[in-house]
Design a protein around this ligand. Structure first.
Ligand code: GLU
Length: 325
């Protein structure tokens, strides 16, 4: 009797050793990839989650995760540092990351290892104001409490570019808040700010929340400065948010916008990117159903539009196999 515990310990140990061995070999084969997204109520988060869902289902050897992040600029820096394998980023910030012409956003300079994979949905520059604020045009934001977005988001960066084009300073606002995208609808409806700005696909959770939790309206963003930004830069385009997309705004709202893009790096191997691209396009009808902002996507546009960095070889391999290139 008194040897029993010893015997079971020995047996337990050998089982544990076996399990450890099995775990170690499983780990050796499993590849972990990370896709940088944005706030949880944005569309980037759904892009990342959707891609991972399809990748994980089709590839037992890959474990794909898509955490919430600060947005485009944070993702592009994390990819440059090797902290993320892939990410979602606005077309304007993809351009700047590859070309290194905005050192305030990309302190390590041009990332010539950056690779485009495909483009995703359009992202109009979207301004939502409380109805009681009296804001009707973008110019009316001066002297108001405005959430300009968190540093690291592409939305914040594009707001800064627009402000630069208009000759505005942060001090032109009564308050320039730096709330994250997932926090800004509540801040608007709690009357902590008069307006929020967000470069995002539609319909988006954030804008839906901002227009249903309180009375608010979408504000057009038009004028000579916007016309010049669009004509000078291929990564901007005129955009319209159709009337009726959100409560409180029945008319079409004119603005400008960028495209969401999916990017990676030469540091991520060809086989991995190939498998990710294959998971998306082999299941494209399913992918398009995962968010209404994806419903109009077309393969031919996704592999050509809004891509400033060269295509990743793993993506090229799949597109050639399909006869798309
Ligand atoms: N375009 C936004 C950014 O880079 C993110 C939009 C989203 O989360 O869907 O900051």
């Amino acid at each position: 009797m008194k040897f029993m515990p010893l015997k079971s310990t020995v047996a337990g140990l050998s089982v544990a050793a076996l399990l450890a061995g099995a775990a170690a070999s499983a780990q050796a084969e499993e590849k972990f990839i990370t896709i940088g997204t944005g706030g949880q109520t944005g569309v980037y988060y759904v892009v990342g989650q959707s891609v991972c869902k399809l990748v994980n289902r089709g590839n037992k050897d890959i474990k794909c995760t898509a955490p919430s992040t600060g947005g485009s600029v944070a993702n592009l820096n994390a990819i440059a540092n090797g902290e993320q394998d892939m990410g979602v980023a606005q077309s304007d910030w993809q351009y700047h990351a590859y070309n290194g012409d905005t050192p305030d956003k990309f302190p390590n300079g041009a990332n010539k290892d950056l690779r485009a994979v495909f483009s995703v949905h359009p992202e109009p520059f979207t301004v939502v104001a409380r109805k009681d604020s009296g804001i009707k045009t973008f110019d009316d934001l001066k002297g108001k409490r405005v959430n300009v977005g968190n540093p690291g988001s592409g939305a914040r960066g594009t707001m800064e570019v627009l402000m630069g084009a208009l000759g505005w300073q942060m001090s032109d606002f009564k308050l320039a808040a730096e709330l994250k995208s997932a926090e800004q609808a509540a801040a608007l409806c709690d009357n902590k700010v008069d307006a929020i700005v967000f470069t995002v696909g539609h319909p988006s959770g954030t804008i839906k929340e901002a227009t249903t939790s309180c009375e608010s309206v979408l504000i057009p963003v038009t004028g000579a400065a916007i016309d010049k930004l669009v004509s000078d830069n291929a990564y901007y385009a005129k955009a319209v948010i159709p009337g009726g997309t959100y409560d409180g705004t029945d008319v079409d709202v004119e603005t400008f916008g960028v495209g969401a893009t999916f990017v990676s790096s030469t540091k991520t191997d060809e086989d991995t990117v190939y498998k990710v691209v294959k998971a998306v396009f082999d299941n494209f009808d399913r992918f398009k159903k995962l968010h209404p902002a994806f419903s109009n996507l077309k393969e031919s546009n996704m592999i050509t539009n809004n891509l400033s960095a060269p295509l990743h070889p793993g993506a090229v391999k799949y597109y050639k196999e399909k006869g798309w290139m």
